[in-house]
Design a binder for this molecule. Structure first.
Ligand code: TYM
Length: 333
């Protein structure tokens, strides 16, 4: 059976190695399998859950499309579009927000992290953001959703919403309950400055992440300055578990070389960080440099990027508008 793949990325600038290894690299792999129907969405409605500069948002939408294409997603094989241009997303999000329960949303750890101490001042959109994410997925009868580990809880919520809607309106399998596709290893890349914190666009220090638009010198410099401890590299996974920064760097190396953690440990056991970091820099530069160059080239061709979005929006709208029509009928509008 064909897999229907759906995933989204926020156009909030600075797509980084975490986005790439946790999600985008997997998108490319899924896009290349002719058995799959893939939809990759630039989730601009999600982006405005925190304040955005309108001009920057527009250029970040282009940059996200450019990143998809530069990484290897083929717009002829997969649908690439931006969420705000398919109105069914906002509409379905409202209807599903009448199905989702406050108690479910109150458990979302990402809201707690993003809203911080002053949650009274967070937008309502930031709170209900996982409901919009459920709408994205369910509108396309998606069977599989490739994401990084940080989105796991949101996908569980999506599954609960789908099941409750089907039960409440007594229509078996109207919404397909989607399966998460989360890599077993390396599905959470950590900050280069703190091995216990996720690599993130919102961390203030640029040195905490490798951006997909970084040039070679920036990559080498960031890896050189990445936090480490003072011991030589460990020889067992048990030892590595206790050393978060070493674990993250070895994880990045393993993910990019398609090696198991154990194989990388065996290769570098007893070596010091400076030697390992040199090897790691080579590997990261090798992978990111061609992508970074392609992104820059694609950004010079806004007409091409706009065309990808326009074609993608038409295709997405055709699917989503049929589904929202059925939702209307079921709900009784
Ligand atoms: P976003 O834009 O924060 O991240 C995009 C993708 O990158 C993954 N990711 C990471 N993976 C590993 N390590 C990290 N440090 C790291 N940081 C980010 C995320 O898990 C994600 O897969 N809510 C989503 C976007 C979204 C979506 C959807 C995803 C909206 N609708 C429907 C799937 C299906 C988000 O904010 O991702």
């Amino acid at each position: 059976m064909k897999k229907k793949i759906f995933s989204g990325v926020q156009p909030t600038g600075n797509l980084h190695l975490g986005n790439y290894l946790g999600a985008i690299k997997n998108f490319v792999y899924l896009n290349n399998d002719t058995q799959n129907e893939c939809i990759f969405c630039v989730v601009d409605l999600h982006a405005i859950t925190v304040s955005q500069n309108p001009k920057e948002l527009k250029s970040n939408i282009h940059e996200t499309v450019a990143t998809f294409v530069a990484s290897g997603i083929d717009p002829k094989k997969s649908i690439i579009f931006n969420q705000s241009q398919v109105s069914a997303h906002s509409e379905a999000a409202w209807i599903l927000s009448c199905v989702a329960r406050m108690g479910w949303l109150n458990r979302m750890t990402q809201f707690k992290e993003k809203a911080g101490k002053d949650k009274e001042k967070a937008s309502i959109g930031l709170y209900s953001y996982p409901v919009l994410m459920a709408a994205d997925i369910l509108l396309y009868d998606s069977t599989h959703v490739p994401v990084g580990d940080d989105q796991k809880q949101h996908l569980e919520l999506c599954r609960d919403i789908a099941q409750k809607f089907n039960n409440d309106y007594k229509i078996d399998n109207f919404f397909i309950v989607p399966e998460p596709l989360i890599k077993k290893e390396f599905s959470r890349i950590m900050s280069l400055k703190d091995g216990l914190k996720k690599m993130s666009k919102s961390e203030v220090s640029e040195l905490s992440r490798i951006n997909l638009t970084d040039d070679n010198d920036q990559i080498i410099n960031k890896i050189k300055k990445a936090k480490t401890d003072t011991l030589p590299l460990p020889s067992t996974t048990e030892e590595l578990e206790k050393r978060p920064e070493a674990k993250n760097l070895i994880g990045i190396y393993s993910s990019l070389t398609n090696n198991t953690l154990q194989k990388s440990i065996d290769k570098f056991a007893g070596k010091n960080f400076s030697e390992f970091k040199e090897k790691l820099s080579d590997i990261v530069v090798n992978e990111i440099n061609p992508i970074s160059l392609k992104i820059k080239k694609l950004l010079d061709d806004k007409v091409f990027l706009e065309k990808i979005l326009k074609d993608g929006c038409e295709k997405a709208d055709e699917i989503a508008s049929k589904k929202i029509k059925k939702i209307h009928e079921i709900v009784g509008f």
